[in-house]
Ligand binder design. Structure first.
Ligand code: MTE
Ligand code: HPA
Ligand code: MOS
Length: 751
């Protein structure tokens, strides 16, 4: 089976928001935003814009009838600036015109006078000035103070990891269309239709039932549209309500890069303690998260960092503090891994440092400390169905770590100026939204009288293949050909109270809901078949490949015939079903509980080759064993591992977000911000599925796939570091991510 969208994508036939035929009378909005990172708005001079070509209207915060507030977790973010601006790109006014071009030209005529205020860009400086999103959060177990005394080796250090631009191909956009009785339909490129609906209702002062949000698909989200698609959708809706005309708002690439939030940079201090045989006894860490100017999802992201402190290892004594710091850049937001990668990078850096100090190889420390069945995570959950060691051992078995290492060693003996390095990266990632209430989903399935099937869920297709997976579930459960199944747009009038498609749980939650809905209809159909066949009981009825069987003998009933006969008998051929992940809870007064339904495991071995004259490098190979559970869709899962890996490699090596001292994004275009392309992809990617892994919490025993593979990219950083140290053993092992070619070159020759 192919990814449902493949053919349409290749032919350019897939529809995105900007492709939807515009209703007659559609207007276009342009957002005028703050050119300074911190200051007071003294006055706004609109000049002669009313006479400008194409001018229709201009909106400021005064036009908001409801609340001027878009903050989800913390109510600290206005939709349109009132008196003060806090980052470059903060929306101030919306210009509505007869064309997008005119709207933008009109915006240029508006001048704003500011009184500048001090700009803070460094999270540690923000911390020292008490500029925090919320009070620090602490996760701990055991007692690190006692444990240090038992340690033979203690290493300390500081780790920096940078931001990352989502670079979804489709920029942020929305089309808002006024409907009768003051209601509004919003087509939005969002991962969270209900977030858009709820926020629009609040800002427009309407009940949620007057806002309909419809999402067909996204041209990528990667977390960047979990929270930050909302602003543009609500601004379009606000303008549509005021002008009583459809309003479209599409950000240009440059505007999108400049004004939207990114992955959070972290600056972290750690201390790690080992016994003389390489057992990690204690780990203490403080994360300074650069949240940007408002909370957005930062508290949830910081919390996931705190859950993933120890990556795939069992550490009996942990003291982890998370500090979310307020700086004058656009609010940073969800990005694949959601704070987990930042934690794991610190953990792996600490292990590297501990290895240098103790002389115990990194690989041994990693292997010796992998999680085992029954180990307790520092947040209280007991590790069950642990596949950490299984993945590591299977990877070692099929790829032979020793052979890879000796090849690297030989290469380095034979070559003076090109060096290779190898590193291993085990990953353990918790699956479930860490905000327990978000772990719910619904599905609405219709079987039409001709036997074709329409499926609605809360899942958003953003290229990750969730639609293909849901089709696979429906097709397997009914045992009908996937050609008969169509996935409908995600729409808040069909599926209410949706959780964003995020936390890698889209297929799990919505797939499980779809599975229940299918089973409901299936039972009715089987009963109906038994009736047609004059049987008392339907237990002997089965459906196989679009045909009805009784006691495994083919009957005269095809799927279509049975459906049609059932319809004529007035049997309900639709089902709405609900799924909520069982057995999860978390107590924030003590930061203990069972927050995750399960964990995803895997191991990657990475080999890089470094040109020590130029500082340029190539990832030779990444060899992975990944725990997919029972895969719902082999090709989609492999694609997610490859894509996640490459995104992780980009974060660790190439992608460098830079702001000027005044808070202006310097890496503001694709000529100054480098994402990995086919040339920076590994020459070889080997992926093996862990065998015999079945997951009781996933639909049809599958496992979530979306985020965990990104963290295999962390291995590239350390493989590179090893290659550098093969050339010059004095290269300092605490550099910072991303390890760009420039940084590599400077470090190689630093005295
Ligand atoms: N893959 C593609 N092609 N495009 C995306 O936007 N988002 C990632 C991941 N893989 C993304 C992707 C992120 S951040 C998440 S949380 C998951 O997909 C969400 O989808 P899922 O829950 O269905 O795995
Ligand atoms: N992951 C992704 N998005 C989220 C989460 C999470 O754990 N919690 C709230 N939003
Ligand atoms: Mo993904 S960062 O949870 O959208």
């Amino acid at each position: 089976m192919k990814n449902a969208d493949l053919e349409k994508h290749v032919k350019g036939e897939s529809l995105f928001v900007d492709d939807i035929p515009e209703p007659a009378g559609t207007l276009y909005a342009y957002v005028l935003d703050s050119p300074i990172a911190h200051g007071i708005i003294k006055s706004i001079d609109f000049g002669d814009i009313k006479s400008a070509e194409g001018f229709i209207d201009v909106l400021t915060w005064h036009d908001i009838e409801g609340e001027n507030q878009v903050g989800g977790i913390i109510h600290d973010e206005v939709l349109l600036a009132e008196k003060e601006v806090h980052f470059i790109g903060e929306p101030i006014a919306v210009i509505v015109a007869d064309s997008a071009r005119n709207a933008k030209l009109i915006a240029k005529r508006i001048s704003i006078e500011f009184e500048k205020l001090p700009v803070v860009l460094d999270p540690r400086e923000a911390f020292s000035k008490k500029l925090l999103i919320k009070p620090p959060v602490i996760f701990q177990n055991g007692n690190v103070e006692n444990a240090w005394k038992e340690c033979s080796f203690i290493a300390e250090g500081t780790v920096e990891s940078g931001g990352q631009e989502h670079l979804y191909l489709e920029t942020q956009c929305a089309l808002a269309v006024p409907k009768e009785s003051d209601s509004i339909k919003i087509y939005s490129s969002t991962q969270g239709p209900t977030v858009v609906q709820r926020t629009a209702a609040k800002v427009l002062n309407l009940p949620m039932n007057k806002i309909e949000v419809d999402v067909l698909r996204l041209g990528g989200g990667f977390g960047g549209k979990e929270d930050q698609a909302t602003h543009w959708a609500v601004l379009a809706a606000l303008a549509a309500k005021k002008t009583k005309r459809p309003v479209k708002l599409v950000l240009s690439r440059l505007q999108d890069l400049r004004v939207t939030g990114k992955r959070h940079p972290y600056s972290s201090d750690y201390k790690i303690g080992l016994t003389d045989d390489g057992k990690i006894l204690a780990f203490q860490v403080t994360y300074f998260q650069d949240a940007g100017a408002c909370a957005d999802l930062s508290p949830a992201i910081l919390e996931r960092t705190l859950f993933h402190v120890a990556n795939s290892y069992h550490i009996p004594n942990i003291l982890a503090t998370g500090i979310s710091c307020k700086t004058n850049i656009p609010p940073n937001t969800a990005f694949r891994g959601f704070g987990g990668p930042q934690a794991m990078f610190v953990m792996e850096s600490a292990i590297y440092n501990a290895s240098v100090i103790s002389g115990i190889p990194v690989k041994l420390i990693q292997k010796n400390n992998l999680l085992d069945e029954g180990d307790e995570f520092h947040y209280g959950q007991i590790a069950e169905n642990v596949n950490a060691r299984k993945c590591w051992n299977y990877a070692d078995e099929i790829y032979s770590f020793e052979k890879m290492e000796s090849e690297v060693h030989k290469f380095n003996e034979d070559n003076k100026i090109t060096k290779r390095g190898i590193a291993y990266m085990p990953v353990c990632f918790g699956i479930s939204f860490t905000s327990t209430f978000l772990n719910q989903a619904s599905a609405l399935i219709h079987v039409y009288s001709d036997g074709s099937v329409g499926v609605s869920t809360a899942a958003i297709e953003m290229g990750q293949g969730v639609n293909a997976k849901i089709i696979s579930i429906v097709s397997q459960t009914f045992s009908i050909n996937s050609d008969k199944i169509r996935i409908e747009s995600t729409n808040t009038t069909r599926i209410a109270n949706t959780s964003a498609t995020a936390a890698s749980s889209g297929a799990d939650l919505n797939g499980n809901a779809a599975l229940i809905a299918c089973k409901n209809i299936l039972e009715r159909l089987k009963k109906s078949a038994a009736e047609e066949l004059s049987l008392n009981d339907y237990s002997s009825i089965s459906i196989k490949e679009d045909w009805i069987y009784n006691k495994d003998i083919k009957t005269d009933l095809s799927w279509e015939l049975l459906v049609n006969k059932s319809y004529m008998k007035r049997i309900n051929l639709s089902s709405h079903a609900f799924y909520a992940t069982p057995q999860i809870y978390f107590d924030r007064t003590i930061n203990k509980g069972r927050p995750f339904a399960y964990h995803v495991y895997g191991t990657a071995a990475t080999v890089v080759e470094l040109d020590c004259i130029l500082g340029r490098y190539q990832v030779e190979s990444v060899s992975i064993v990944h725990d997919y559970g029972k895969s719902l869709h082999h090709n989609v899962d492999v694609g997610q591992v490859e894509g996640g890996l490459l995104q992780g490699i980009g974060w660790m090596t190439l992608e460098e977000i830079k702001y000027s001292d005044s808070g202006d994004l310097l890496s503001n275009s694709l000529s100054t911000y480098k994402i990995p392309d086919i040339y920076s992809a590994p020459r070889e990617i080997n992926i093996h599925f862990l065998k015999n892994s079945e997951n009781p919490f996933g639909p049809l025993k599958s496992k979530a796939i979306g985020e965990p593979p990104l963290m295999y990219g962390i291995g590239t950083y350390f493989a590179l570091l090893n290659a550098m140290r093969a050339f010059n053993p004095n290269v300092h092992y605490q550099i910072s991510a991303p390890l760009t070619p420039e940084k590599v070159l400077l470090a190689l020759y630093k005295k």
